[in-house]
Write a protein that binds this ligand. Sequence first.
Ligand code: GLN
Length: 264
Amino acid sequence: MELIIGWLYPNLMSTYGDRGNVICLQRRCQWRNIDVSIVSLDRAAGVESFDDVDIIVGGGAQDRQQEIVMRDLKGIKAEALRTKLESGTPGVFTCGSPQLLGHYYEPALGQRIEGLGLLDLVSKHPGVEAQRCIGNVVFEITASPLAEELQTMLGEKPIVIGFENHGGRTYLGKVSSLGKVIKGYGNNGEDKTEGAFYRNAIATYAHGPLLPKNPFLADWLIQKALQKKYQTDITLTKLQDELALAARKSMLQRLEFNDFKTKV
Ligand code: GLN
């Protein structure tokens, strides 16, 4: 079996170690003898590069880079991305990427950047004087059916640990939130929502990077991608996640969540 990972604008969108998400997906496939190739969906890529992609990864970006990306993505590439996500191709989008998938992003300075409108959300930066949302974030995944699927996989509530650093505040319309904030700011620091979930696309403010800190999410993406591609039920072999587990435990302790007994 093999999977193709499409990486959106690696040179423009990879803040706070987000490339770790690509590496994590790649390694967790290779350790299971699943071949992986990585396709760069950047300015040099033609629209046909989207065709065979099985998983899409988009990282964070500063406001200026977001604008460059949006200019390039407009039109046929935006349509290709939309078609992929609408058809259930799994994806993980962090911070600046979800802002681009929404209706618009209003940066601290300058003009509103129109988004793809794929996610029913808007993001606004309250201005250069406003405090950024920075720090460790912990949230419970509540989006359906993701939460139920992860609960079955883990045998416990899916708790995500990450790191956030954003000026923009995101406000959801009808799209379901990815989760409920336990610690940190999440989408806007007001309504306790974190991220968004649509079809098989996970949108979040959590860097970390997200997937190495929460490997069950990487496995969920891999499983979905294989099932879609090969049209058959897939059970992934277990990996030795003791180190990731120990890192999660230690992080939760540092954040004073001694009562969470997460396994992975
Ligand atoms: N430019 C966005 C903001 O500050 C996204 C930042 C990021 O991707 N880390 O809100």
